[in-house]
Design a protein. Structure first.
Length: 685
């Protein structure tokens, strides 16, 4: 899709790569042996702060060593882009970044320095674009470690992240200096990057998109996946299943309450194959018995694992499972079947109906759900978390490992600046009062209506937002007055509570404990896909644990867990989401420190990259119509044991994290999902 830049921005983008740092480079070379930074320098604050917030982001000498380990051997200097941002300007910016990265990347990374210095010294040119490059970290030493800044990232940080994503790039770490004022991003091109939904076009058959009579909806609501979107998700799925699971782990269960890893590799193409047949007809892809083995996973009751919903009967003996190569061949045939469907739709040979469109949305989102759920299984086998004789999950290949010391210093500073405003629940710094209000949950998207729309109602097919059955219909509810914590309960906060109630409160499954519980001398580590990190690194992250444990924590603070309506109101008001720079869509492979609160513009920020529990039981509602494409998707879990869960984790794909009507659900005592929670307090009128 082609876009034209709005008036006033094209010239800036053309000058975008002009150099402005010759004098700073000279200073760095002349004074590289001097050091004006120290290890106790103030650290970075929230990436959503405006420029008038006071918090340092300079990096210490030890952190500079970590920067060296990232190996950004080249830095590209460009002037800051201050023109109004739009979809087209973000994409134009992304195109330029992609070309710059291709030309100057060394050892997989490139430093991007956005400077406010207006002196433009040109040393290079590419396709009419002028810019300057500096080689090596040694020449950057003083620039990177000198002069504390007043902001971690520029005001347009979210738009920059979106431009990086459009370019297929990822920011590993960002920091700034103030003499001269500049912001530095260390960029990589990993195997998988998800663009935002604003930059992800909805599918339209080629024969229609070429017709001047067809005008696609411009409000961003349509969400039918294109083949390009499928390819991005397939790259993510293949990365996790084929490059992060050792072969000796395929027939093992990282979590006893779930299937063996190999099941999920077969389940995803089987689900797609079955729904293709339901929507457009056709026989099962060979081997046909995969429909029996891989149709549906399991979610047994935590307190009674023998009680489980309808599911596939899987082989008991390892020798009876299909081989991985057989499953991959099956996967490829199913993917080809999907590609053939798109070819038929593009040519007009087959008409795109609402049922086909819904099937496409359901299947891509189902695969997205499973990328995340498989990862929370695999993290239980992350490196360093097991006896040495057991196979461990491999870190994501092609992604730079996090520079934990730099990131932790930034998270600590963000947390400290928030905590300094007040520490108890009565403080305005810790809580915000919301309500009373009337809000709308869900959207109007009944699968029963699909049969009313055929090829003669193509606008109704294309310009529609498809979701899951429990999202529909739209319904207004009233939310009373309440007070809510700005941020979810952190690992550090829960650790203090856990230590005070040791023996009475189970430790989260997202933790690893070392030491003797009998003596109380326990060291806590937090699981990551890269291996466990000390609590000191992850103490600001939201704690991931069961609803029951967070509900008990909330009661100990004189509060409770929020209802679905209360949490929806808070998230709609203050959560910035993926497009606003939030931590989802694999922007990171770990949680981060939350940034919502009084020290962020309008209080808005990220919750840290986790789903959040609600006290609302998962059950039916007025107007609910169950899906017949995926029978029992919701109804099978109206068992009084599941809670409604809202939000998104760092591993939730953008099409799910960006749709505010999405509702997840987990058993209240299931401890493995990536779900946190925040405390609310009742208010007297």
């Amino acid at each position: 899709m082609a876009f034209s830049a709005p008036s006033g921005i094209t010239g800036q983008i053309d000058r975008f790569v002009s150099a402005s740092f010759s004098k700073q480079l000279k200073l760095s070379r002349n004074e590289s042996t001097s050091s004006s930074s120290s290890s106790d320098s103030p650290r970075s604050s929230s990436p959503y702060e405006s420029d008038n917030e006071s918090s340092s982001t300079s990096i210490s000498e030890s952190q500079f060593d970590s920067l060296n380990s990232l190996k950004p051997l080249n830095y590209v200097y460009i002037p800051s882009l201050n023109a109004p941002w739009s979809v087209s300007s973000v994409e134009q910016y992304g195109h330029t970044l992609r070309r710059l990265f291709d030309l100057h990347v060394v050892a997989g990374t490139l430093g991007l320095v956005l400077a406010s210095d207006e002196n433009q010294t040109t040393t290079e040119e590419m396709n009419g674009v002028e810019y300057s490059v500096v080689e090596g970290n040694s020449t950057m030493h003083k620039f990177l470690t000198d002069s504390p800044s007043t902001s971690t990232t520029p005001a347009n940080h979210a738009q920059l992240l979106n431009a990086f994503g459009f370019a297929g790039l990822r920011s590993v770490v960002a920091f700034s200096s103030c003499e001269p004022k500049a912001y530095t991003y260390i960029l990589e091109r990993p195997p998988v990057v998800f663009p935002t939904m604003v930059h992800t076009p909805s599918y339209c058959p080629a024969y229609l998109s070429e017709s001047s009579s067809f005008k696609p909806n411009a409000d961003g609501i349509p969400n039918i996946p294109t083949l390009s979107e499928w390819n991005i998700l397939w790259a993510a799925w293949d990365l996790v299943t084929l490059r992060m699971i050792p072969s000796e782990m395929l027939l093992q269960k990282p979590i006893d309450l779930r299937h063996k890893c190999l099941f999920y590799i077969g389940h995803i193409p089987t689900f797609l194959d079955m729904l293709l047949s339901k929507a457009v007809g056709g026989a099962p892809t060979e081997p046909e018995n995969f429909w029996d083995i891989f149709e549906r996973g399991i979610d047994p009751h935590v307190d009674d694992p023998d009680h489980c919903h309808n599911h596939s009967v899987v082989p008991e003996a390892d020798s009876d499972w299909p081989s991985l190569s057989t499953i991959i061949q099956f996967r490829d045939r199913v993917r080809s079947r999907l590609e053939n469907l798109y070819a038929e739709l593009d040519s007009g040979k087959r008409v795109l109906s609402r049922r086909i469109a819904r099937m496409l949305c359901m299947c891509i989102e189902h695969e997205g759900w499973h990328v995340e759920t498989l990862l929370y299984m695999l993290i239980q086998r992350s490196p360093g978390a097991l006896p040495s004789n057991l196979p461990t999950t491999l870190p994501p290949p092609g992604f730079v490992s996090p520079p934990w010391d730099i990131l932790a210093a930034q998270w600590d500073s963000t947390w400290e600046s928030f905590s300094a405003l007040g520490s108890d629940s009565d403080s305005e710094a810790r809580t915000i009062m919301l309500g009373p209000a009337e809000i709308v949950l869900g959207h109007d998207d009944s699968e029963a209506d699909d049969y009313h729309f055929d090829g003669h109602n193509i606008d109704e097919v294309l310009n529609h937002e498809y979701g899951w059955d429990n999202e529909s219909p739209a319904r207004a509810i009233k939310v009373g007055r309440f007070k809510v914590e700005w941020r979810p309960v952190s690992n550090g906060e829960f650790a203090q509570y856990w230590r005070q109630n040791q023996g009475k409160v189970p430790a989260p499954k997202s933790w690893i404990l070392h030491g003797d519980e009998a003596t109380g001398e326990i060291e806590i580590e937090v699981r990551t896909i890269y291996g466990p990190v000390p609590l000191q690194i992850a103490h600001t992250w939201p704690v991931l644990t069961a609803y029951d444990d967070l509900e008990a924590y909330a009661k100990s603070k004189g509060g409770r867990m929020p209802t679905e309506g209360e949490l929806r109101l808070f998230l709609d008001t203050y959560e910035v989401g993926y497009e606003g720079g939030g931590d989802s869509g694999f922007r990171n492979w770990h949680p981060v420190c939350p940034t919502t609160g009084p020290n962020s513009p309008s209080g808005k920020g990220t919750n840290g990259g986790v789903w959040e529990w609600t006290s609302t039981p998962f059950q039916g509602h007025e107007g609910f119509v169950g899906t017949n494409l995926f029978t029992g998707y919701s109804e099978d879990f109206w068992d009084g044991k599941h809670q409604v869960v809202l939000g998104a984790s760092y591993a939730t794909i953008p099409r799910l994290s960006s749709r505010k009507t999405v509702r997840n659900f987990w058993q209240h005592n299931y401890p493995y999902a990536w779900v946190g929670g925040r405390v609310v307090y009742d208010m007297e009128y």
